[in-house]
Ligand binder design. Structure first.
Ligand code: GAP
Length: 448
């Protein structure tokens, strides 16, 4: 089963409307690297803000952290990444393309049919050199996950937050993986952003918190508008678990290429803190003053990718609809995620309308992310806003000069209401917070 939208349409919309461009495009691009345009950065920020609000701001038991990308190389020995963060790689003896062995179901190259080599393990971490001397002693790694920075700061977080377990540490930041086969647009890339929570718990409560976080994370996506029928949970089989995991569920989304991982929620047991205690020589056990016990906390880890969420939110919001015999493409994004909340559109570029429209725009933009557009017909401007998912357009017409009212157009129902300029900001705020678009009463206002 695949979703109704094909990836070409999404890639084209993302390019056309300034969400995502190929990186280094004027030099021919760089494989699997992407740049985020004016709409893309806003959507990304909104996704990260929504995650931070639910995971950190609205909770008493989670604190934030920002750790460095480059860390002590021993961290990656302790974590098991040097030994185990590998994929089996096969290479075509004719065209030299490389494949993840798990992706090819025959012993022939999927591209040219050439013979494939025996699989060898390929480490996915990017290596680089720190300092001015180019020798092995300076080898460091770009982090492949933000998680390790939080494990090695567990002691700091407990001390500074003065909180007891369960305690979570949250971080959003870039990670790097030298993926053998990146692809499917921004689904699998070599540079991406992680949103990770490391939730430290008493070992005998780990099962409870694991189930709790699996539910919470599933609901986070549906609360932000993803349709339930396009999401599912899948438990990892024993052979599939990462080297650190005791149990793991993936939240999967029905992408155009089929059901694929959106986020993983793992029970990492006491693996991480035990390993770092052993390799660093620091005691990372926790003293529980209620039970009078020392123990190594278990870690429950919901780990999501910003770009994968970005892709799922756009795909799920994408609709092609017929409106009065014409096709419109609309992104029905949840208003909190929409890059632009309000577009200000004077009916035309007439010199009488412009000052009022500019004044309204100036007022609104200190409170909302806005866009001012006075080029081309009003119909085309509405369509442009529909394609980037703007929930509301405010139109200023010649009547506005007389009655000091403007029209608000709703992206989803296409309904329009007329409101006094003095009430515009309050009305928009209420609508963005979910107040229904009650057409009847406000049209009545207009008739007066
Ligand atoms: N710390 C645990 C961890 O990193 P993971 O399952 O490897 O777990 C978690 O990654 C999430 O990060 C994935 O569900 C996905 O959303 C995102 N992710 C992982 N690799 C990615 C890549 N190469 N490109 C884009 N996103 C990626």
């Amino acid at each position: 089963m695949t979703s109704n939208v094909n990836m070409e349409k999404i890639v084209s919309l993302c390019k056309r409307r300034g969400f995502v461009f190929p990186s280094s495009e004027i030099y021919g691009g760089l494989a699997s690297c992407w740049d985020y345009g004016p709409m893309g950065v806003e959507l990304k920020r909104n996704i990260k803000d929504a995650w931070w609000r639910t995971i950190v701001q609205q909770r008493e038991d989670v604190v934030g952290l920002e750790t460095s990308i480059m860390m002590h190389p021993k961290i990656w020995e302790a974590s098991g990444h040097i030994a185990s963060f590998t994929d089996p790689l096969v290479e075509c003896k004719s065209c030299h393309l490389r494949w993840r062995a798990t992706e090819v179901d025959r012993d022939r190259c999927p591209k040219c049919g050439g013979e494939l080599t025996e699989p060898r393990m390929f480490n996915l971490m990017f290596k680089t050199l720190m300092g001015p001397v180019e020798d092995e002693a300076g080898t460091i790694y770009l982090r492949p996950e933000t998680a390790q920075g939080m494990f090695v700061n567990f002691d700091n977080a407990v001390t500074i937050s003065r909180r007891k377990l369960p305690l979570g540490i949250a971080q959003i930041g870039k990670s790097f993986r030298n993926e053998i086969t990146p692809g499917n647009f921004i689904f699998r890339t070599r540079e991406f952003e992680h949103m990770e929570l490391e939730y430290f718990v008493k070992p005998d409560t780990a099962k409870y918190w694991f189930d709790y976080w699996v539910k919470e994370r599933f609901n986070w996506y549906t609360n932000l508008g993803i349709r339930k029928e396009n999401l599912r949970l899948r438990q990892h089989g024993k052979g599939e678990l990462a080297h650190y995991a005791e149990d793991c569920y993936d939240v999967e989304y029905l992408f155009p290429m089929g059901w694929s991982e959106l986020e993983g929620i793992a029970n990492r047991g006491d693996y991480d803190l035990s390993q770092h205690a052993e390799y660093s020589g620091r005691d990372l056990s926790y003293y529980d003053d209620e039970s009078g016990q020392h123990y190594i906390p278990y870690i429950i880890e919901p780990s999501a990718g910003v770009e994968r969420s970005f892709l799922a939110f756009i795909i799920d919001a994408y609709r092609e609809e017929m409106v009065e015999g014409e096709k419109r493409v609309v992104l029905r994004l949840c208003p909190s995620l929409a890059p632009i909340k309000v577009a200000v559109l004077p009916l035309s570029r007439n010199e009488k309308l412009t000052p009022l429209a500019r004044e309204i725009h100036k007022q609104l933009r200190s409170n909302f992310m806005t866009w001012y557009d006075d080029s081309q017909s009003i119909g085309r401007r509405y369509r442009r806003q529909d394609e980037i998912g703007t929930p509301f357009c405010v139109t200023i017409d010649f009547e506005s000069l007389e009655d000091h009212q403007v029209t608000i157009r709703d992206r989803d129902s296409l309904a329009q209401i007329r409101v006094p300029i003095g009430e515009l900001e309050k009305t928009l705020r209420a609508k963005l917070n979910g107040e229904p678009f009650d057409v009847s009463s406000l049209w009545a206002t207009r008739q007066k």
